[in-house]
Design a protein around this ligand. Structure first.
Ligand SMILES: [Zn+2]
Length: 71
């Protein structure tokens, strides 16, 4: 069976190919290196959000200021 190496797009064979689906152990290593190098890394890092305690305090203050007893 003929297959195409996903790394270098070279046509190779499935049978008698220890490095399949790659054409050679070298391409297999390149593929592994890509994973290790983070090229396929799933973005899982979330931006660090500052704790909003200070903002909440300010909001509370504003609310108190707005309460101007207009009744
Ligand atoms: Zn290859």
């Amino acid at each position: 069976m003929r297959i195409i190496c996903p790394i270098c797009k070279k046509v190779t064979t499935w049978e008698e190919n220890p490095a399949r689906p790659f054409c050679s152990p070298r391409c297999k290593l390149i593929d592994l290196g890509r994973w290790a190098g983070g090229q396929y890394r799933i973005p899982s890092e979330e931006p660090v959000q500052p704790s909003g305690t200070e903002e909440n305090k300010n909001d509370e203050k504003k609310n108190n200021d707005a309460e101007s007893h207009e009744k």
